[in-house]
Design a protein around this ligand. Structure first.
Ligand code: 5GP
Length: 188
């Protein structure tokens, strides 16, 4: 199976994914998809763990060489799923967990319609989202915070197009909810 996690910037989807992957019952069954990205690395982020950070030229080369399964442009930067990683995981019989925007979700669902389950992470409120985005070092510029919040509002409009929605108010409960979805493949 392929599980796609989407949600606005600041919804906590990557934190949820990382906590889920630390869980003993999940750990060895799932592969985390690490994407290529042309955006600058934030403090604390690691090459190969958070993203494969590449230049725009390198990203175009990878795209031309068909090494990218799907891609998007987000606030001027390119992001793309490493095709090989997804294909190898599926060949090994493992489940894959991807964090993608709406465009990526639609594309992966189109490529793997039967294998893909999609989950939208809902933030507690727009005010809380604003606070979380502002708290990130790279995005403290008011302009970018505003852009991310506006994009978040637009992403929330697509919520009905996902298989599952999960409210991330309490992190512990949200991890449990996510675990229920990916292990039992059922609605929570
Ligand atoms: P951020 O800059 O906050 O890490 O990511 C910005 C947005 O791009 C998030 O919604 C994230 O889920 C999405 N994203 C990250 N990697 C990919 C990717 O490979 N493909 C697509 N379609 N979206 C991605």
């Amino acid at each position: 199976m392929i599980f796609v996690l989407s949600g606005p910037s600041g919804s906590g989807k990557t934190t949820l994914r990382d906590l889920l992957l630390k869980d003993k019952s999940v750990k060895n069954k799932f592969v985390k998809s690490v994407s290529f990205s042309t955006r600058p690395r934030r403090p604390g982020e690691k090459e190969g763990r958070d993203y494969f950070f590449v230049s725009q030229g390198e990203f175009c080369r990878l795209k031309r060489a068909r090494k990218i399964l799907e891609w998007t442009k987000y606030l001027g930067y390119y992001y793309g799923t490493k095709k090989e990683l997804v294909e190898d995981a599926l060949k090994e019989g493992k489940d894959v967990l991807l964090c993608l925007d709406f465009k990526g979700m639609r594309r992966v669902k189109k490529i793997y319609p039967k294998k893909t389950k999609t989950i939208f992470i809902v933030p507690p409120s727009i005010q809380e989202l604003h606070k979380r985005i502002k708290g990130r070092s790279l995005e403290t510029k008011d302009e970018e915070v505003g852009e991310r919040v506006n994009l978040a509002k637009r992403e929330l409009e697509n919520i009905s197009l996902y298989d599952f929605t999960l409210r991330n108010v309490n992190l512990k409960q949200a991890v449990k909810g996510l675990k229920d979805i990916v292990l039992k493949r059922s609605v929570v």
